[in-house]
Each structure stands twice: as structure tokens, then as C-alpha cells.
Design a protein around this ligand. Structure first.
Ligand code: CA
Length: 234
């Protein structure tokens, strides 16, 4: 089942790619547009569940102008919009919110924070579109309640172990490198060493073992960590 569709409107190709990659890892379906005009066309073709809209766009249609247009049109009047703004654009931010953006995130942003904002906006606007439960190998992770159970029994985890498990459970069977887990759990700008990931994976394993869960976290030598058997999605 495809997740909610997020339209990323961002002219910086590297940032658009980073956002797409991380949104897909969170289970979203992603479309991208590099200009306001392209975004407008895509929205008319297929309505996204949320628009992640960069403030500064090349061409005739800026982020704010697109936001204004979307709000003025009946079909998109309530389409969730999260604006991306650069530092020092406080005034524009206020204008953006006045024009109907649901939230804004200031660049450079932390990915976990951005993902949390997107989830929060979607949850408010389209509660049915947000998947809050992740399942893998008899584990159930409830993002809303911040609760993990194994075959119905609760497992108590620290906040970092919870986010680590959440990252792994988003793609059961997939192997994540330490760098990818660092980005997902601590954010891209955090100064954390890769061996910190090993420490928290160790704690996560202990917590799972204490709860009587089998060792679900796999170590793939030279590659990283994964959960569940490769290729399975149970
Ligand atoms: Ca831009």
C-alpha cells in the first residue's frame, strides 16, 4: 500500500533528492517539481496529500505566490503546505503563515524534525493518510503512542532506541548503513560518531532480549544493520 503522496517543490536538485530519499524511507510516495509552474501542473494532474514548498524558487512563480494561488483555489484551499525558508526570512515566514501555509521549517533543518513536522501537519489535516503503526517480525511500533510491543507485550525503550527501531522498521529487510541511521535518528547536522550507532543498537538488542523477543536486529558485516530477514516484510 502506497503511503501519502508528498510533492516536494525545490529547485536545488541535491536537496530535492535528499528530501525524496528520506520521505520514501518514511513510507511516503514522493513527486518532485523544480519550479512553481511545474508544481502547479502536477497538483492539477494528481492531488498530493501534502506539499513541501521551498520559498525561493526560480521563474515567475515563487513559493509564496504558489501558496497564495493554492489557497485561492477551492480544490486546494485546504491542501496541507509546509514551507521551507532560509534563515533570516522571518518577515516572509510570517507572510507565509498569513497566506495559509500550515507550518514552516527553517533551512538548514534537521531531517528528523522536518519529518516530525510533516507527520504532525498530515495528522491534523488527514488523520486517515498517516500510517502510525509499523510492524516487523512480531514487533509493533506505535508512533503516536511512542510504544513498542512484541507479540502484545510491551517493550520499554529509551528515546534514542525507539527512534532507531522506528528507522529500521520503516523498511524491514533493508540494510541501513551507520551513516544512514545517524541521519535518521540524530539528524544530518549532529556531531555523533558512527560507533554511537553501535552502542545504541547494543542497547536496543538488550531491551528486545529482556522482553523475550528473539534477536531481530541483524548485523551485516561491512554494511550496517537491518531488522527482519532480508526480503521479508512480515
Ligand atoms: Ca530554492
Amino acid at each position: 500500500v502506497a503511503g501519502p503522496l508528498v510533492l516536494v517543490v525545490e529547485d536545488e536538485a541535491a536537496l530535492a533528492e535528499l528530501l525524496s530519499y528520506n520521505l520514501e524511507a518514511e513510507g511516503y510516495e514522493v513527486a518532485t517539481a523544480a519550479t512553481g509552474e511545474e508544481a502547479d501542473l502536477l497538483i492539477r494532474e494528481r492531488m498530493p496529500d501534502l506539499v513541501l514548498l521551498d520559498w525561493m524558487l526560480p521563474g515567475g512563480l515563487s513559493g509564496i505566490e504558489l501558496c497564495r494561488r493554492l489557497r485561492a483555489r477551492e480544490a486546494t484551499a485546504r491542501l496541507p503546505i509546509v514551507m521551507l525558508t532560509a534563515r533570516g526570512e522571518e518577515e516572509e515566514r510570517v507572510r507565509g503563515l498569513a497566506l495559509g501555509a500550515d507550518d514552516y521549517v527553517v533551512k538548514p533543518f534537521s531531517l528528523p524534525e522536518l519529518m516530525a513536522r510533516i507527520r504532525a501537519v498530515l495528522r491534523r489535516a488527514r488523520p486517515e493518510a498517516v500510517r502510525n503503526m509499523l510492524r516487523a517480525g512480531g514487533l509493533e511500533l506505535d508512533r503516536e503512542a511512542v510504544r513498542v510491543t512484541h507479540q502484545g507485550r510491551e517493550i520499554h525503550l529509551g528515546p534514542t532506541e525507539f527512534r532507531l527501531l522506528e528507522a529500521l522498521m520503516q523498511r524491514p529487510g533493508r540494510v541501513f548503513s551507520r551513516a544512514q541511521l545517524l541521519d535518521a535518528v540524530w539528524g544530518r547536522d549532529a556531531f555523533v560518531e558512527e560507533r554511537t550507532v553501535d552502542v545504541h543498537v547494543g542497547r536496543l538488542r538488550k531491551a528486545l532480549a529482556r522482553a523475550g523477543a528473539p534477536d531481530l536486529v541483524r548485523t551485516v558485516r561491512g554494511a550496517g544493520y537491518g531488522i527482519g530477514a532480508a526480503g521479508t516484510n512480515s
